[in-house]
Design a binder for this molecule. Sequence first.
Ligand code: GLY
Length: 421
Amino acid sequence: MMKALIVGNGAREHIIAEKLAESSELYAYMGRKNPAIAKLSKDFKVGSLTDFESIKKFSDGMDFVFVGPEEPLVNGIAEHVKNVVGPTEAATMLEGDKGFCRDFLRENVGFGYPQYEVCSTYEEAERAMEEIEDFVLKPAGLTGGKGVKVLGRQLKSIEEAKDYAKTLLKSGNAVVEERLEGEEFTLQAFCDGKNLIPMPLVQDHKYAYESDEGPMTGGMGSYSAEDHLLPFLEKKDADEALRIMKKTIAAIDYKGILYGGFMSTSDGVKLLEYNVRFGDPEAINVLSLLKDDLSEVCLRILDGNLGSVEFEKRATVCKYLVPEGYPDNPEKGVELSIKEPEKAKLYYASVYEINGKIYTTGSRALALLGKGGTIEEAEKIAEAGVSEVKTNNLWHREDIGKKNLIEKRIEHMQSLRSPKL
Ligand code: GLY
């Protein structure tokens, strides 16, 4: 039997662990004890996910190491620990340095990115903001997706934008880029250094409240369709996103999972960002459909011989249960009494266990996945699962995967595609 180590402790890592444990003897290295991952593992250790000496010792004798979150990857775990199914530190700059990523696309892909400037001084940033006018400001470095601010949304005036640019420049470069209008989608792929195999497309929901209102979050839930496309996209949008990713890995030695966050616009598909790991929750959608054995796929990635990978032709809907006050002022340390749902699958996210009792941390707590022949069917299963496990202290976005919201996305794209009179 293969021996595999999972690094990480969220719902994304829970489903990765579940898939790996189907054929491997599983070990886990976690920042905090996730009781569900611990249960799937023969042994586990709790420690810092960037303590590479400790991970190296714990992973001795493992056939491979799968890293869930970006932080260990961007800090170079693939250079310190053997058999990591992930990119080298140099290749992680696609996520770790947004300026590098934009310049890389300009030089190696030649399309699929917005107008942008990478700025190292305030004068450059001021000039770029004047030139681009309708812009988004983001830090070049890693911020867990929390640093992106849009003029007219989080930045109420140009003065606020200038102040934010000054703040960003204190800790590194800032990227000023054209604000895009359209619908976001995620394309994830397995990469073996030469070959890339796409997974079903997924749409995540980053805003906290129904109808995409409120503050940004890590993602409140996501869905995928039975044809592996998305109802608001045209096939050529999916093809274009894939072309961007294929041209990317043709120009950089990349092994592991590549996550492309895209926007479909009236001017074609644009890459918003790359991540060098699975998305959370998007991993839950695609891995629940994976027909191949994930441990075998990992070995094939390490060998540079990915071959083919297949996914079930079914739809998925994933909904996160989050604590009261999430994301700005969340309740923490609330004890949960969790019951397994009948048809939906339950994944443990940011919770911890002490003396057999499970508590929330303040971040996304539990993910419920429904799988069905259509998005509608999958949504009903996910929602039934939510009712079975929900307590008064947790809430969720009911509209994710529902017909109304999907119709709005379709209409939005239709209005952008129709020629302006
Ligand atoms: N769902 C967004 C992310 O994983 O970055």
